[in-house]
Design a protein around this ligand. Structure first.
Ligand code: ZN
Length: 169
């Protein structure tokens, strides 16, 4: 299966706000399969369509240890939130960089599945962090946006340095 190219910060296309999917058809299902293949290949736990330059409201996740619990969320909405928690986050679009971000501890999400059927799911722990992070991508938002200007600048410098040393190899 052809893997999709993951956009990397500060690519301006990551700032695009995604539009709702009107019909969950075979094209969408094929995209879901490609997104899973791309996410597992990159050893990620979540991937939003925005990150592969497709600006539709779709994300895939798998926070299981063995990578055998794929979850698909089409047109996701958070309908309930509870508590706060600070977690260290990373992102396939900001490779190798991690920072602490505050999120809701528990969320209830309403979405469509691959068959176009509506469902609701309660998420907590890593799954709650992951879906909030991925849903931000659909709004054109990245985890680095939550950092103070100083911390963000440091992270950007580290990222640039890592890229330069990768290019030199
Ligand atoms: Zn991300």
């Amino acid at each position: 299966m052809t893997l999709l190219t993951i956009l990397e910060f500060p690519d301006p296309r990551l700032r695009t706000v995604a539009t709702p999917i009107e019909s969950v058809n075979d094209e969408v299902r094929a995209l879901v399969e490609q997104m899973f293949a791309t996410m597992y290949d990159a050893r990620g736990i979540g991937l939003a369509a925005t990150q592969v330059d497709i600006h539709q409201r779709l994300l895939v996740m798998d926070v299981s240890e063995d990578g055998d619990e794929p979850l698909v969320f089409i047109n996701p909405e958070i309908v309930q939130r509870d508590g706060h928690k600070i977690n260290e986050e990373g992102c396939l679009s900001v490779p190798g960089q991690y920072a602490k971000v505050e999120r809701s501890a528990e969320v209830r999400v309403r979405a469509l599945n691959q068959q176009g059927e509506a469902f609701e799911m309660d998420l907590e722990g890593l799954a709650a962090v992951c879906i909030q992070h991925e849903m931000d991508h659909l709004e054109g938002k990245l985890f680095v946006d939550y950092l103070s200007p100083l911390k963000r600048e440091r992270l950007v410098k580290k990222l640039q340095k890592a890229r330069l040393s990768n290019d030199a190899e």
